[in-house]
Design a protein around this ligand. Structure first.
Ligand code: LIP
Length: 265
């Protein structure tokens, strides 16, 4: 591991654990909605904002020349060529409701390539980490994707957006997918879903409408554990469509999602 990757990993882990402890231990009993974004159900809490402030403050102290892109508004160019992509709470609605499946997701990119990804899920007591070319670890144990089943035996994770028109379309895709797979799971955190693919707790994951901070770390975690990731056939994973699965399942699922029009509203 290069000195740079080791440094970026160390900083990402420390920032994620500090934010995770703050969020886990400091969650107000009366936590409410501080603001909404794309719709009345696309919520932000005071803890999302505070978590991003904690993380960006730590990054500014330890990596002052780096850029940052955060879900709650952090946006600095930097001069080092390194950009941090931060989701201070991935699974905000779960956090708001006191449900356990939320995470802190931090990725470090250099010239657009993700070098380090950390997804810390405090209520699970788990941290997934990956360094480009170095594999994926779950609480320091190496993990690999599950051997690919046939599509009809696949447990597939997905998620739904916050805008009604998109959700209607996504529900229609799910309706047509469900009879063709073992089952689906909707956990509420893309970063955790991608870690679950990496650790073999899901056979595959897909979702339309993610933001870079939702998937930046989790995509590297999934890829370094042996998954393929992408969007529409021949395209990179993006907000248009995110797909992750072991190689022997990936193209079959990707082709079905293409046929079902999972990539458009
Ligand atoms: C969430 C994603 C999840 C998606 C949710 C939401 P957030 O991100 O991680 O996959 O289905 O609708 O977008 O908003 O909690 O950071």
């Amino acid at each position: 591991m290069t000195d740079l990757k080791a440094e970026l990993l160390r900083v990402a882990l420390e920032a994620a654990h500090r934010a995770g402890a703050f969020l886990r231990d400091g969650r107000p009993d009366d936590l409410g909605v501080a603001a909404t974004k794309s719709s009345a159900v696309d919520v932000v809490t005071e803890m999302d904002i505070a978590s991003e402030k904690l993380i960006t403050g730590f990054l500014a102290e330890h990596r002052p020349d780096d850029g940052v892109l955060g879900e709650e508004g952090a946006s600095f160019e930097g001069s080092s060529g390194i950009q941090w992509v931060v989701d201070p709470i991935d699974g905000t609605v779960n956090y708001l409701y006191g449900r356990p499946d939320w995470s802190v997701s931090i990725a470090a990119r250099k010239d657009g390539e993700t070098l380090v990804g950390v997804v810390h899920a405090p209520m699970r007591g788990e941290t997934c980490r990956a360094v480009l070319g170095e594999g994926t670890f779950l609480n320091d144990a190496p993990v690999r994707v599950r051997p690919a089943p046939s599509l009809d035996q696949a447990l597939v994770g997905t998620g739904f957006g916050y805008i009604t028109e998109r959700r209607v379309r996504q529900a229609e895709v799910a309706r047509q997918l469900i009879p063709r797979v073992r089952d689906i799971r909707r956990a509420g955190s893309a970063a955790i879903d991608l870690c679950d693919v990496a650790a073999g707790r899901l056979d595959a994951y897909y979702e339309r409408g993610l933001n870079p901070w939702d998937y930046a770390a989790g995509e590297l975690v999934a890829r370094e554990a042996g998954a393929l990731t992408g969007g529409r056939p021949g395209e990179a994973l993006s907000g248009e469509l995110a797909v992750a699965a072991p190689p022997a399942l990936f193209e079959t699922l990707q082709g079905l999602l293409e046929d079902l029009g999972a990539w458009h509203d």
